[in-house]
Design a protein around this ligand. Structure first.
Ligand code: ADP
Ligand code: ADP
Length: 225
């Protein structure tokens, strides 16, 4: 069954102007439970636009977004924010951790935003840090962590609220090749163990080949890679 279902997504910028760009021209995608799909696209092809629409951060001009069988595109900003906080985990190329808070707190805070009690949120954060192998770094602020450790914390934050779907934009793109390989393996293991569905954008065909399926974003549509 479909965890994420995108149908007929269209998105243009600068509509009606000379610099109009039709970024998405009819994107269809079904992510089933536990499926990990690679999204491969050249820079400027519309990868971020697609991930933002799929993650309910942006709205399409046409088409629909369903998560967990619920139609969410076209719902109010408030309704989409609630769904995003519960159902979607985001990972970016840069960690975007809060610099003033330590690793543990960075994983606790999104849970507090979802009304999880602090003690429970801390248990969950510690468990996740253990699973990515950096439990002993819990009290360190991001600046005191290596790039690989920062991304591992970002993975834990993305999974903190047990989302249905993980959306990742070049999750290891900022790391050197050796670190990238290790950190990517950790991410794959975490996603597999959790049974999460994931759409992971990458330029790295070696990493893409380790996922269940490859889709390329070309001329505004998804084609099998
Ligand atoms: P990618 O993530 O694949 O690099 P984006 O989704 O960021 O691509 O952008 C796709 C195209 O849409 C690019 O040509 C970009 O310049 C354009 N674009 C993205 N966001 C906007 C915006 N807010 N206003 C105008 N053009 C935009
Ligand atoms: P909160 O208000 O609890 O910080 P939001 O509902 O604003 O959470 O965001 C939920 C998720 O979406 C977070 O993972 C956040 O990093 C991400 N997010 C929010 N706004 C943007 C944006 N403009 N671009 C990319 N990601 C965003």
């Amino acid at each position: 069954d479909a965890v994420l279902h995108l149908k007929g997504l269209k998105k243009s910028y600068n509509k009606g102007l000379v610099n109009e760009v039709n970024v998405l021209r009819g994107v269809d995608l079904t992510l089933t439970s536990g499926e990990i799909v690679a999204l491969v696209a050249p820079s400027g092809a519309g990868k971020s636009t697609l991930l933002h629409i799929a993650g309910l951060l942006d709205v399409p001009d046409a088409g629909t977004v369903e998560i967990g069988g619920q139609l969410l595109s076209g719902k109010s900003d408030r309704r989409r924010t609630v769904s995003r906080r519960q159902d979607v985990g985001f990972i970016y190329q840069f960690h975007h951790l809060l610099p003033e808070f330590n690793a543990l707190e960075n994983i606790v805070l999104p849970q507090l935003a979802n009304a999880v009690p602090r003690a429970k949120a801390e248990d969950r954060a510690n468990e996740l840090l253990q699973r990515v192998g950096i439990k002993e770094r819990a009290a360190h602020r991001p600046a005191a962590l290596s790039g690989g450790e920062q991304q591992r914390v970002a993975f834990c934050r993305a999974l903190a609220n047990s989302p249905r779907v993980l959306l990742a934009d070049e999750p290891t793109g900022n790391l050197d090749p050796a670190t990238s390989d290790q950190v990517f393996a950790t991410l794959m293991q975490l996603v597999r163990e959790t049974g999460l569905s994931a759409l992971i954008a990458t330029h790295n065909m070696e990493l893409a080949a380790r996922m269940d399926r490859i889709l390329k974003l070309e001329n505004g549509v998804l084609v099998p890679g």
